[in-house]
Design a protein around this ligand. Structure first.
Ligand code: ZN
Length: 150
């Protein structure tokens, strides 16, 4: 067994980081993101997302739980209040359980939210077949490519 090294802390001046486009395979309407942290220790990753009015995320399952803080605007999760899900309004906090399936997460107005994912997001098609799995490693690779560090 290899001797593990203790991980350092991390700090990001969020407003000094440029937004990058979140891939269109996983979203529509021009969603942008900033990857703030990845944690191999717990398999987690943390990002902030800017979501223009009428944007949405593609169908996905939270393989692990996640916590978010909606800092601006409105987010309809699991169909929103009208369909038995949640409609979050800033300033709003939410917890999404392990294996939560989100067929559409949409933004009726310009919104921003911060989220920590404890595990990957599994993007699926309508039948539930896996299209992509985005965990801390994939998020880190994508971010490194987009910011020229890859
Ligand atoms: Zn979700």
């Amino acid at each position: 067994m290899d001797i593990k090294t203790k991980l350092r802390g991390d700090y990001v001046q969020v407003d000094a980081v440029a937004w990058q486009p979140f891939p269109e395979a996983f979203s529509t309407g021009g969603i942008k993101w900033k990857l703030l942290h990845v944690s191999p220790e717990v398999g987690g990753w943390t990002a902030i997302f800017a979501c223009p009015a009428d944007s949405s995320f593609a169908r996905h399952i939270h393989v692990g739980p996640g916590e978010y803080l909606l800092t601006k605007g409105k987010m309809e999760v699991r169909g929103g209040d009208q369909e038995g899900g949640s409609t979050a309004s800033a300033l709003g906090y939410g917890y999404e359980a392990c294996n939560a399936r989100h067929d559409q997460t949409s933004f009726p107005e310009d919104s921003e939210f911060y989220m920590t994912f404890l595990g990957p997001l599994q993007f699926i098609d309508e039948a539930g077949e896996t299209l992509a799995v985005v965990g801390w490693e994939q998020a880190q690779v994508l971010w490194a490519q987009q910011t020229g560090q890859g």
